[in-house]
Design a protein around this ligand. Structure first.
Ligand code: SF4
Length: 370
């Protein structure tokens, strides 16, 4: 490769360092990752071990839960979920509201609906067995290339590559990739690198080793390079660029919006309505809430007395900063519009799945009435 003055001759052309000879060797890297993983892996209930064969359904559930969520958060949810739905057929036959209730607090509820739909498809189309090939897994709702690769490799030993945030960070550092990892061309390059690592012994262990390395050692901030099995051969470590990589495109500022919540009370019970089937928190329940200037009482056919403020809080989603303004009013007249909602005491919400901000609004309301 022709080099320019002051430009590193390595493939990834980081200009801030004058020199780089570090080039990881795929078979060696693979071997080191596997050795490290077998010594250091955490014993997780969905994870196959020499004494516990893989359960493809458990792997499917865990992969759905682990998207955007850390292992420690997922563990109790996974245990409760598997206790409630021990098999894929049990999940397929379950009521969606029960599935959402068991997911309550884990966030990103679309994952729960997709997992439920995937279980139904597995029963109807795949004779109740989680598919073993990447192509078939990709047919399941909510399953993309990463999840399909993870399930195929972990549950069935298929030589399928994976690339999620953790793995992208690990590969970008090892291979010293300077371009932002969220750009399509960089993703393509990272997938190619993951593909080069996939073939060989124990592809499921290899993929879990990369995930585990990203979670425990090659962390977003302050990677523990001294304890890393890949440090000998890691481009970022050799070049002192572990804090600079991976690079990301500048983030868009989240949009600021306001949601008005009106707790309408009648005879000690409060009105709860179901959110629409699509969009944020779809099919979850809430105190009447408006994202616009709607008259909330009129919307459900009621007339209310003067509203008192209960409190204000902010909830952050990926793209929005939502200010929740919670009020409380007594219903004084009118008849609840058919299908507009259900009346519940605040201690009778066990069957209504509520997203985190609605749980918070309910908690504020309960604290106020005690
Ligand atoms: S040496 Fe450091 S930067 Fe490189 S893979 Fe290991 S932990 Fe990450």
């Amino acid at each position: 490769m022709a080099t320019q003055p002051g430009v590193c001759p390595c493939y990834y052309r980081i200009v801030s360092r004058p020199h780089c000879n570090t080039k990881p060797d795929a078979p060696t890297l693979r071997r080191r990752l596997l050795e490290w993983y077998r010594r250091s892996r955490r014993d997780l209930p969905w994870r196959p071990t020499p004494d516990r064969p893989a359960n493809p359904y458990h792997v499917l559930v865990s992969e759905a839960m682990l998207q955007q969520t850390q292992v420690a958060t997922v563990l109790p949810y996974f245990e409760r979920f598997i206790t409630a739905f021990p098999t894929v057929a049990d999940l397929a036959a379950a009521d969606e509201q029960r599935v959402l209730k068991l997911w309550q607090g884990l966030g990103y509820y679309r994952r729960a609906r997709n997992l439920h739909a995937a279980a139904k498809m597995i029963v109807e189309t795949f004779d109740g067995a989680v598919p073993a090939t990447v192509d078939q897994l990709l047919q399941l709702p909510g399953v993309g290339r990463y999840t399909a690769g993870a399930i195929a490799s972990i549950a069935y030993g298929v030589e399928a590559p994976i690339l999620d945030g953790n793995v992208a960070r690990v590969l970008a550092r090892i291979y010293r990739i300077a371009d932002p990892v969220d750009q399509p061309a960089t993703r393509k390059r990272l997938w190619e690198l993951a593909e080069q690592l996939a073939p060989g012994e124990a592809p499921g262990d290899l993929n879990q080793a990369m995930m585990e390395l990203g979670a425990l050692v090659c962390t977003p901030k302050g990677p523990r390079c001294m304890f890393c099995p890949a440090s000998d051969g890691c481009g970022a470590f050799a070049a002192g660029l572990t804090d600079a990589l991976p690079a990301a495109s500048p983030k868009r500022k989240p949009k600021a919006v306001t949601h008005r919540v009106l707790a309408i009370e009648r005879g000690g019970r409060f009105l709860f309505e179901r959110r629409p089937e699509t969009g944020l928190w779809s099919n979850m329940w809430q105190l009447p809430t408006a994202e616009n200037g709607d008259d909330l009482a009129q919307r459900v056919g009621l007339t209310v007395g003067p509203a008192a403020s209960v409190g204000v809080f902010t909830h952050q989603t990926t793209h929005r900063t939502i200010r929740f303004e919670v009020g409380h009013a007594l219903a004084v007249a009118g008849r609840l519009r058919r299908g507009a909602g259900v009346w519940r005491r605040l201690d009778q919400l066990d069957d209504l799945p509520l997203a985190k901000p609605q749980q918070r609004a309910v908690a504020m309301l309960a604290a106020r009435s005690t």
